[in-house]
Design a binder for this molecule. Structure first.
Ligand SMILES: Nc1nc2c(c(=O)[nH]1)N=C([C@H](O)[C@H](O)COP(=O)(O)OP(=O)(O)OP(=O)(O)O)CN2
Length: 175
């Protein structure tokens, strides 16, 4: 158990739906997501610009903004398997199946696909899972773990990623 734990929170606005849900979450709706990254360290930096820090809060914010806010804020988070929803957004002049196949290729290669090549030109983040709070926590953990290690020079590691879907509902991924 590490002795130092630090947490950084950001908030984003995004739309989603859970196509498999038995009730209201099947509807297309939005959340102001709260996203918290918790990092742990056994020892603090002994020198340099992060002296006596596990990881600079500012570095953590930069990584969360670049990898979570930039890709998802004011966008729609869509499951690759949600063909009905994707097809509503297929850009004019493109075969929807072909457009989805391109997205599937990018998701398989990169773990997710950010695109604005949509019918309304609106931002969409396509993921290989249903965008529940739990699955988003696991995904954002995966996206952030290596940057945390790198920006902290190996001093800190990401130990938990928490996602608040509403002020009252939170999911945590802490492998
Ligand atoms: N384990 C999970 N359960 C639910 C999830 C989820 O991601 N993981 N998601 C939803 C819905 O997306 C919904 O937006 C949130 O659920 P719910 O608590 O029903 O929403 P409320 O409007 O009742 O929340 P308030 O606390 O009243 O604001 C459902 N379940």
């Amino acid at each position: 158990m590490s002795v130092f734990h630090i947490r950084r929170r950001i908030e984003i606005d995004a739309g989603h739906r859970i196509a498999t849900h038995g009730s209201k979450c099947r509807n297309l709706h939005g959340h102001r997501y709260g996203i918290e990254a918790e990092c742990a360290a056994d020892a603090l930096h002994a020198g340099g610009e992060q002296t006596d820090m596990a990881i600079d809060f500012a570095f953590l914010k930069e990584e969360m903004m670049a990898r979570i806010d930039a890709t998802c804020d004011h966008g729609l988070i869509v499951a690759l398997s949600d063909v009905a929803l994707l097809d509503l957004f297929a850009p004019d002049g493109r075969d929807p199946a072909e457009w989805r196949a391109d997205l599937a290729e990018r998701v398989a290669r990169d773990g997710a696909a950010l695109t604005s090549e949509t019918k309304l030109g609106s931002k969409m983040y396509v993921v290989p899972f249903h965008p529940t709070a739990e699955a988003l926590a696991r995904h954002w953990y995966a996206v952030l773990a290596a940057p945390v290690a790198e920006r902290s020079g190996g001093a800190a590691r990401l130990v938990a990623l928490r996602v608040w879907e509403t002020p009252n509902c939170m999911a945590e991924y802490a492998p």
